[in-house]
Design a protein around this ligand. Sequence first.
Ligand SMILES: Cc1cc2nc3c(=O)[nH]c(=O)nc-3n(C[C@H](O)[C@H](O)[C@H](O)COP(=O)(O)OP(=O)(O)OC[C@H]3O[C@@H](n4cnc5c(N)ncnc54)[C@H](O)[C@@H]3O)c2cc1C
Length: 477
Amino acid sequence: MTKTLAPSEDFLQSLKQLVGPSGWQHPDDAARYLDDPRGYVRGKAALIVLPSNVEEVSEIVRLCAQSRIGIVPYGGGTGLVSGQIVPENDHAIILSLERMNAIRSIDPDNDSMVVEAGCILMDIQNAAQDANRLFPLSLASEGSCRIGGNLATNAGGIQVIRYGNARDLCLGIEAVLPDGTIYNGLSPLRKDNTGYDLRHLLIGSEGTLGIITAASLKLFPKPQSSSTAFCALPSPSHAISLLNFCREAMGDTVSAFELMCSEGMDVLAQHFPKERHPFNGEYSWFALIEIAGSPSIEEKFETVLMEAFENELLLDSVVASSSAQSQALWRLRELMADANKLGGVFCSSDTSVPKNRVGEFIKMTDAAILELNPDLIINKYGHMGDGNLHFNVFPPKGIGKDEFMEANPTTQEDVRRIINDMTHKLHGSISGEHGIGRLKTADLQRYGDPVKIAVMKSIKMGLDPDNIMNPGAIFSN
Ligand SMILES: Cc1cc2nc3c(=O)[nH]c(=O)nc-3n(C[C@H](O)[C@H](O)[C@H](O)COP(=O)(O)OP(=O)(O)OC[C@H]3O[C@@H](n4cnc5c(N)ncnc54)[C@H](O)[C@@H]3O)c2cc1C
């Protein structure tokens, strides 16, 4: 891939003039753009530009294209594979969409809305709710991540099992292409077979093919009622049986099905002692289930859980009796990423496998990691309903992350390799939902399909021959 150039002072000055005084920040005054949520790397930037409309984005990109300056698009900065981080050896500018945060329109009769890329996901959910509709994309980072970032990473989250991932929720895209051209594809249509679908090319491209500036999104009827249950299970394989049982009885009303384990609950209890564990540490595996639909659904769900208990699919269950209780149960899941970080996790994965092989995947991967070092602590959790699991590995009890990594310099890579090899063996993906970013470029080359990679590279070369769009993401420089 072509190397981009370092911007001159004159070039940066012309960008500053273009966006005006409130449209840029010096990196020394804006540390948050350089932070990685997991704390693995620290970034830099030649300048942070904050355009306020699509024309400004277009002009910035045009100037960068003329001078071969790299651009790293930036949403909420919550990406977990460092796609939004400018590495030490690069000179790119950061282009943040945060000032482009208008909800342009809501059309409840067409079940659609048009939003700018810098809208925070939670604001979109709330706007849909105010129009008596549901925008179902939901992730623990929803208070900070922005829809442009969600689409650029094709984010998943907790309701994929029912509504699909970000790609499935998007009707159209407005984007600035690598030469500065504005593509206006903000279609409100559900059917449009007029050749290649540029929307789907841009979704999941992690900022390497263009900058998403706005999106047309699908809305759904708002469920009238919902119910949350936390169930204790004998094993992950029982989780799959329980999921199938619930779906057979309740159809598509199963909106979320998350797996958690006792090791994760222990890490959580250590760092968030105020959160209540529903079962006081008695069991090893748990499923957090959300059902949403008509008002009678809660009663039906309780009957189904009772039947599941009688069929020995679960050991115990608690059902939230208020929205406060439901939120408390969901917090156990949502705080897991923070608990991992505080607990000194040194390796985190984002595997997806066919969901009927999750039990096998966990058993074999666990055994292989513990063979490496039987004292390692492994927190396995994730979106079980999509076969998407996060393995998080910690040093043995009482040993800090830095101390452990220093004494065991190869363990992190060994553990990563075990998880990825097992994923590959089971025909899974090394990135279920987070993307490739800069952290997984080598893994993509190692495990990815060579034909797919070659086609991806030729698309990249065709649209962005000077490699100015997020250089080093997906394909290393
Ligand atoms: C606590 C926590 C929980 C999470 N849970 C989930 C989860 O359940 N499911 C999931 O999928 N992810 C999850 N994530 C990861 C992250 O939130 C998602 O990847 C999210 O979609 C990133 O959005 P963002 O706005 O923060 O993007 P950023 O981090 O700013 O950017 C991510 C990537 O998209 C590119 N990008 C950003 N905006 C644009 C744009 N407008 N146009 C083109 N490219 C752009 C960036 O260059 C970068 O490559 C979680 C993260 C955290 C911290």
